[in-house]
Structure formats: C-alpha cells, structure tokens
Design a binder for this molecule. Structure first.
Ligand SMILES: [Zn+2]
Length: 259
C-alpha cells in the first residue's frame, strides 16, 4: 500500500516537471559520459534525475548563481551510478552544496589530549556521512568528459559506500554477490595499484594515485574510471571491473562500445 502510494507520488512529480525536452536534450548532449545509453535507460535516468532534483536540495555557496542547466548537469551525473540501484540508495541526507571552485574546508578535531586541531586543504569535493555532498562547480562542470576523472561520480560513490556506515570501500552488496570475491578483487587490486604508485614510471596511464590513499578512495576513484574509462579498468583490473558491474548493475564498456 505504502509502496503503491510512493509510486503514485513519484509518477506525479515526474508528470509535473516543467523541464522541456529541449533542455533534456541539451543536458544529455553536454555529457559524453551518457553516450550509448538505450532509449529506455535514458528515460529511466531522466525520471531519476527529476526525482533527485525534487527530493534533494541544491545550495549554492560563495555567491555562485545556480541555474537549471547546472542543476541538471549535476543531477544526471549523480543519478548515473544509481540507474539500476534506485533513488533509495541516496536516502538519509538532503543537501548538495556547490561552491564556485574548489573550497577551503576547515576540519577540526580533538585529540586524546583534548587539543583541537584545524586542518585546511584545498578540495574539489566532499561527502559527509549522513550529511551533505559538497562540490566545486568548476570541477563538476568539467566532469563527464570520459577522461577518467569525475568529481560528481566520486563524491556520490562515497555516499553509496556510506550506506552501511563509514566509507571503507565496501558498500552494501546485492544478495546475488559474493562478499569474499569482492574483498579478494579489491584488496589485490588495491595492493597492486598502491605499489605501482610508489614509483612514477610504474603508474598506470593517468589513473589517480589518490586511489592508493585508502580503500574508500580506491572505490570512489575506480568508480570514476569504471564509468569514464571502462576499457582501461577492464584491461588492468578485470576482477574489479566485474565486481563493479555486478554492484552498479551496468556494463559501461559494452555501452560505450555500441557507439
Ligand atoms: Zn574521495
């Protein structure tokens, strides 16, 4: 009953959307990341994005002026990873805060001696457990160009990872997936990749060695590569590619190969 009501409510939100088909065409055309989607998947993504824009709050910071096209650009990229997971994968939080460029977060924490420490770092984005996603518009705008780097996919992959607690590179797997196979694929790839990042001549193409900083960053960075440069990921880490395709229920390589 509740589910039927939710379905009805969602259909109504989608039906009432005032975004024109021309606006959608432009938004899709601006994102090579979405190349090769079937008409059915395009429709599904568009509807997910409408619901996402309805339920989430887009909050500009530092004088940034947000328009509809910018919001759609972010929403489409954020919804691609959940295309076959559903919007509930992003339950439990609401805000997406967008800065004009990278921002200067100030983290403070208290150590055992009771001393407060301030950490400052120039970041492009952040995802907080049960809190907001923070993005720099400059990086979000340039994401989706199939160069292997995608700030939006990165931060939202952290959100998926946080569905079962702190980000640790282990999101809740589907029942048909095997935990041990996932852990083996990711830990072997993480060890191998981290070792190659030790020496500049050994790094793989321009895969971001930031992935080697923790299993959580490995999952987020390799999710970017999965969607943006699937052929490279499959070539070097086929087991990780397979696990990610089971998790996201997508096969970006055959999708991009279709065109
Ligand atoms: Zn990260």
């Amino acid at each position: 009953m509740l589910k039927a009501f939710q379905q009805w409510r969602r259909r109504r939100i989608i039906k009432r959307s005032t975004i024109t088909s021309e606006q959608w065409s432009q938004a899709f055309a601006a994102l090579p990341l979405l190349t090769g989607l079937t008409d059915k998947d395009k429709q599904r993504l568009q509807e997910l994005a409408i619901l996402f824009m309805h339920y989430k709050s887009f909050e500009p910071a530092q004088g940034l002026v947000l328009n509809q096209a910018m919001i759609m650009h972010i929403a489409l990229q954020a919804c691609l990873p959940i295309l076959h997971l559903g919007l509930q994968a992003y339950d439990g939080w609401v805000s997406i805060i967008i800065y004009p460029q990278g921002f200067l977060p100030q983290h403070s924490y208290m150590d055992e001696a009771g001393v407060m420490h301030e950490e400052q770092d120039h970041l492009a984005g952040e995802a907080w457990l049960r809190g907001p996603v923070i993005l720099g518009w400059e990086d979000a705008r340039q994401a989706g160009e199939l160069d292997g780097h995608n700030l939006v996919v990165h931060e939202f992959a952290h959100k998926l990872d946080m569905q079962n607690g702190v980000a640790n590179g282990y999101p809740p797997l589907h029942t048909e997936m095997d935990r041990e196979t996932w852990v083996a694929a990711f830990s072997q790839a993480f060890a191998h990749f981290s070792e190659r990042c030790q020496s500049p001549s050994q790094t793989i193409d321009d895969l971001d060695c930031y992935a080697a900083t923790s299993p959580a960053e490995f999952f987020a960075v390799f999710s970017e590569v999965f969607f943006e440069r699937p052929a490279l990921l499959k070539q070097y880490y086929p087991d990780v590619y397979l696990q990610l395709s089971l998790y996201y229920r997508q096969d970006p390589l055959s999708r991009l190969n279709r065109v």
